[in-house]
Design a protein around this ligand. Structure first.
Ligand SMILES: Cc1cc2nc3c(=O)[nH]c(=O)nc-3n(C[C@H](O)[C@H](O)[C@H](O)COP(=O)(O)OP(=O)(O)OC[C@H]3O[C@@H](n4cnc5c(N)ncnc54)[C@H](O)[C@@H]3O)c2cc1C
Length: 652
């Protein structure tokens, strides 16, 4: 980032003076949620950054002279929670609530949204639904602009270089009015609109006809813009859902998204423009007459269920993949384990610690597993193939058996009990036939070390079955299999193609849940990751093409941009029912198999099967984006017409 001068004026007057002095070499910053991103991407390199975020005189929401006056520094969070805005300009409050996530909403301002002037600006759209105006101030005084005058192109506004946005002026709607806001993005939060619409309506005194309708479209043209033909068509008509439905196609005609749009094609945006505009007007009508139409809309969505199951290996198939462990019980009864089996966050160190403690009948707190440094730990094949619980666990059990043998030798000599009669139990070495004859395990380790001059150590190597298949493809390439299944219940919005996972039931057969909380975490985490693949993460553009690599082929398997690679957020999490099944594996440590990669394997096919069940279209190419689903639905409808066409042309 290029060096810049940071300036923090104490008043609006001082800010305007600084702007006048530095002109186009200066950039105003309010919340910085756009400016910092642009500077980081080197889209802009201002010489002077004028931070206005502390100018409290620009932070207010008040009703004054028939208008809501909203200071430029009012944040999205303040707009969303303001009772006044919710009552008088619900679409603007909803727009603010639908911006980004809480962190951004606490910083981002309405002045910044106007200043950025993007066609997808949610607050601009909310303002447009009320035909709001923008008040700006420069050295020569103030002027008030309509949004049409203020927004002159994509990311372009008509502010002079020395002018500051002061406030947004929203006319307070009269009685029998209402407003609505609709946004379609890649996910439910932290998403820039693919397409959006906001509307306000004013009804006649008897509430029967539309007196005035304003419909604004977002991300559907070079700027936020009005759908004048839809507005004009509704004006004077009876205020019913049927009327809205009859004329909504006009909004689709008014939309003119850029053909180079990244978040969805121009075709798709035009298709959904009419739907979103109609829904925004429906919401506005509902608010005006005190009726909620959203439930009826939800009821119209198609629901379906899908199932998928799979089998997976707990070791690396057909490849040697051993794990080694060194273990020592020290003279105080604590145990140190060293292994190259590395924990990368999945919890294997905890699980190996638990298994050591269990094998030696001592508390978990007495065991320390060191995995950090391959310079001092014995060999492990790697954190791959969901193998650490199974392979590392078996190595731990073998090493612990050697430690136990030394402890038994010591206890046998100390207590005078035959080795075969000894057991480890709750921190003690005990005669199983005479439980009173016992000594603490730590005491046995000490006795071994100082009386028998033997260390209580174990060193084990577990080598799972992994033979390559023979010429008849027979053999034992995998030591253990484990299983997973998912049932997904989805809701498909047949007008927009948006698929939502309503419920997800996922279960893994992990043999034995060494740490039940970890297994549950794996099952839930794998499911949400896979829902991302199924519905929104477009990370390998072009790789699915049958015509070879496309122009944007990406050999590094990297996402083209982080907007396409939209990970699911917590808001996208369905009602989740995760479970595990314990069918012990004879070869597994304490019966355990695995609970790793498999957990992400079946949610996506289950979701795709559920889409088929819901709407009868079979998609083969992930993600099932709204655009692909809508296209498939339209193709299906076209195909359904084919028999009629055959009859028409006389072909049987
Ligand atoms: C993760 C993330 C998610 C986002 N999600 C959304 C979203 O869902 N919807 C959405 O609409 N936007 C979104 N944005 C964009 C951004 O948050 C909004 O545009 C926000 O309203 C900008 O406000 P700000 O105060 O941070 O503006 P800044 O970044 O400070 O400024 C933005 C522009 O406005 C100018 N400016 C700011 N204040 C004034 C003023 N008073 N007078 C003159 N010029 C001024 C600046 O010079 C700059 O050109 C997102 C951004 C991020 C980083």
């Amino acid at each position: 980032m290029r060096d810049f001068e940071y300036l923090a004026p104490k008043s609006v007057t001082e800010a305007i003076e600084l702007l006048a002095r530095h002109g186009s070499r200066a950039m105003v910053m309010a919340g910085g949620t756009d400016v910092m991103v642009w500077m980081n991407k080197r889209d802009i390199s201002p010489e002077h950054l004028i931070y206005i975020g502390d100018l409290e005189e620009l932070r207010y929401i008040r009703e004054d002279g028939g208008s809501l006056r909203i200071g430029a520094l009012t944040t999205q969070a303040e707009l969303a929670s303001s009772q006044l805005v919710r009552e008088k300009a619900a679409a603007l409050a909803a727009a603010a609530q639908n911006c980004a996530g809480p962190q951004v909403r606490n910083l981002a301002t309405i002045g910044g949204n106007l200043g950025a002037a993007t066609p997808a600006g949610d607050l601009i759209l909310g303002l447009a639904a009320f035909d709001a105006r923008v008040k700006v101030r420069g050295p020569g005084g103030e002027r008030e602009l309509s949004l049409e005058e203020f927004l002159v192109g994509p990311q372009q506004n008509s502010l002079a270089k020395d002018e500051l946005i002061i406030e947004a002026v929203v006319p307070v709607p009269p009685e029998k009015s209402g407003s609505g806001f609709q946004k379609l993005g890649k996910r439910k939060a932290m998403t820039i609109s693919t397409a959006s619409a906001a509307a306000s309506v004013r009804l006649s005194a008897d509430g029967k006809t539309f007196d005035q309708v304003i419909v604004a479209l977002g991300a559907l043209g070079p700027t936020v813009m009005r759908s004048k033909s839809f507005e004009d068509a509704l004006k004077g008509q009876s205020a019913t859902l049927e009327t809205i439905d009859k004329f909504r196609f006009l909004a689709g005609g008014d939309a003119c998204p850029s053909p180079r749009a990244r978040r969805a094609s121009a075709w798709y945006r035009c298709e959904v423009a009419a739907v979103l505009a109609a829904r925004a007007v429906e919401d506005a009508l509902g608010a005006a007459i005190g009726q909620d139409f959203s439930a009826a809309r939800t009821a119209k969505k198609a629901r379906g269920k899908g199932v998928a199951g799979c089998i997976y290996s707990s070791t690396v198939p057909g490849f040697p993949n051993p794990c080694a462990v060194n273990m020592q019980m020290r003279e105080d009864g604590t145990v140190v384990v060293q292994t190259g089996a590395c924990d990368i966050g999945q919890g294997s160190t905890t699980v190996l610690t638990q298994m050591t403690a269990e094998a030696l009948a001592i508390p978990y707190e007495q065991v320390t597993v060191y995995t950090a440094d391959t310079g001092v730990t014995p060999y492990d094949f790697g954190t791959v193939s969901s193998r650490l619980t199974f392979v590392g666990g078996n190595a731990v059990i073998k090493a612990a058996a050697q430690v136990r043998d030394v402890l038994f030798q010591a206890a046998s000599a100390n207590l005078g009990v035959p080795i075969d009669n000894l057991i480890l139990e709750a921190g003690m070495v005990r005669d199983k036939y005479d439980p009173e004859r016992a000594m603490p395990i730590g005491g046995a380790a000490r006795f071994a070390q100082f009386a028998l001059k033997k260390l209580a150590i174990g060193s084990a190597y577990y080598y799972p079955k992994s033979s390559a298949p023979d010429e008849n493809m027979q053999g034992e390439p995998i030591a253990s299999f484990y299983y997973h299944a998912t049932v997904a219940e989805v809701e498909v919005d047949t007008e927009t193609g948006v698929v939502e996972v309503a419920k997800l039931y996922a279960a893994v057969d992990c043999g034995k849940a060494i740490n039940p909380m970890f297994v549950e975490g794996q099952v839930d985490g794998g499911a949400i990751q896979a829902i991302g693949w199924a519905l929104r993460e477009d990370s390998h553009p072009g790789l699915t093409s049958a015509d070879g690599p496309p122009a944007n082929f990406n050999p590094d398997f990297m996402p083209i941009d982080l907007e396409s690679y939209a990970l699911a957020t917590s808001m996208d999490m369905p009602e989740m029912h995760g479970a595990y099944v314990e069918v012990p594996e004879p070869e597994g440590p304490f019966g355990a198999k695995a609970a790793g990669e498999i957990v992400a394997n079946t949610a996506a096919p289950a979701v795709f099967n559920a889409i088929y069940d819901a709407v009868g279209v079979r998609l083969f190419d992930m993600p099932a984006s709204p655009e692909k689903v809508l296209k498939a639905l339209q193709d299906k409808a076209e195909m359904a017409k084919a028999p009629t066409m055959r009859q028409e042309v006389g072909v049987e």
